[in-house]
Ligand binder design. Structure first.
Ligand code: BDR
Ligand code: CA
Length: 359
């Protein structure tokens, strides 16, 4: 019989995944193991929809909070309710947050996600209403009244920064923050900046300087997670309602070509840390660059190698503060776990298995 272990909602079996899943759900029902408590802050968004599906099944998802980003707050909140309804998770509350950055106008992404923010599948409007409580109040109260809540953010960091401004203790009380945003020397909205960070760079600056245990899934990683026709066939092949819903989302999302399932990667990392290789590095946010505003400036100096074919060495034992290991220019103290390599096949298996468990 396999060995059961689960501290983060992920389980592995030395012999059979299926047997272990049965063991896991039995143990969970009996209260022997507890799922990780999570709040997902998002702006659905096609790839946010997949983030919701993963989080709703693998964690004790205390709430989904929404933020203006891919679409207006009204649209992304409706989309969050739609996704939860499609997968039958109508017990998970949705809390609307900030409509946009406090320092400037919101820029949305209808070019990527359509006018609704979730174009593609034709679905009825959600039956449920969002909660009255503001997302920031929900985040602050929930984190401060529990010992072990992990935050995931897959949109602009407006709500998270507001929560940190309101209650700085969140940076210590939360069990960490996983974000989809930025990139180690990679951008998508501009040559230097990724959309979520670029939309509210001031909020990102607050978060990266807060001291919270931060995991960053940037576009350097998510480029390894393509939404191509093989991937869409796989979703459709699951054969259930949710698989078809997902395939229709991806039909639209991939129509411009070069689509990636960015946000789902951040959730997958927390579910199964073995899916992503990372390095602990210093990351700061560029606020003033003429060409580089919103860039996540990632200090790779102590991982740079002399190998001509490799940019950085993830297996390096070099330390940022140890000049004996090489060049005296070792860089700044790390503040962020930066994702570099994705096990795409492992990710696809996790996702398809998750979708198969929905109606
Ligand atoms: C990010 O921007 C949004 O369009 C996606 O939902 C994702 O969070 C990728 O840059
Ligand atoms: Ca998003």
């Amino acid at each position: 019989m396999g060995i059961l272990f689960s501290v983060c909602g992920f389980w592995k079996n030395t012999e059979s995944d299926d047997i272990l899943e049965i063991q896991y759900s039995f143990a969970e029902r009996k209260g022997i193991v507890k799922m990780r408590k999570v709040i997902l802050d998002c702006d659905p968004g096609h790839d946010d929809a997949f983030a919701i599906m993963l989080a709703a099944q693998h964690f004790d998802l205390l709430g989904v909070t929404t933020v203006g980003g891919n679409g207006t707050l009204e649209n992304v909140t409706r989309n969050a309710l739609v996704v939860l309804e499609q997968i039958g998770k109508t017990d998970i509350p949705v809390f609307p947050g900030h409509a946009g950055p406090s320092t400037h106008e919101l820029v949305t992404a209808p070019n990527v996600h359509g006018n609704s923010g979730l174009d593609g599948p034709v679905v009825s409007p959600p039956r449920r209403k969002p909660e009255k409580k503001h997302a920031v109040d929900f985040i602050v109260d929930t984190v401060m009244n529990n010992d072990d809540v992990t935050l995931i953010a897959t949109g602009p960091l407006t709500n998270i920064a507001a929560a940190l401004n309101r209650e700085p203790e969140i940076s210590k009380k939360a069990s960490g923050l996983y974000i989809m945003g930025g990139g180690a020397y990679a951008g998508n909205w501009t040559a230097a900046a990724e959309f979520n960070i670029w939309v509210d760079a001031e909020a990102a600056y607050k978060v990266f300087h807060s001291g919270i245990d931060l995991h960053m899934v940037g576009v350097n990683l998510t480029r390894q997670c393509p939404v191509d026709s093989a991937f869409i066939d796989r979703l459709r092949g699951i054969g259930n309602h949710t698989g078809e819903f997902c395939a229709q989302l991806c039909d639209f999302f991939s129509k411009g070509g070069d689509a990636h399932l960015h946000d789902a990667c951040a959730v997958a990392w927390l579910i199964d840390p073995s899916l992503i290789e990372s390095a602990y590095l210093h990351v700061d946010i560029e606020l003033n660059g003429l060409l580089t505003r919103g860039m996540t400036v990632t200090d790779l100096r102590f991982l740079q190698t002399t190998k001509p074919d490799a940019d950085i060495d993830l297996t390096s034992t070099a330390r940022w503060d140890d000049p004996e290991e090489g060049s005296p220019f070792r860089g700044k103290a790390p503040n962020t776990h930066v994702a570099f390599r994705l096990d795409y096949e492992g990710f696809c298996k996790l996702l398809t298995k998750t979708i198969a468990n929905y109606p």
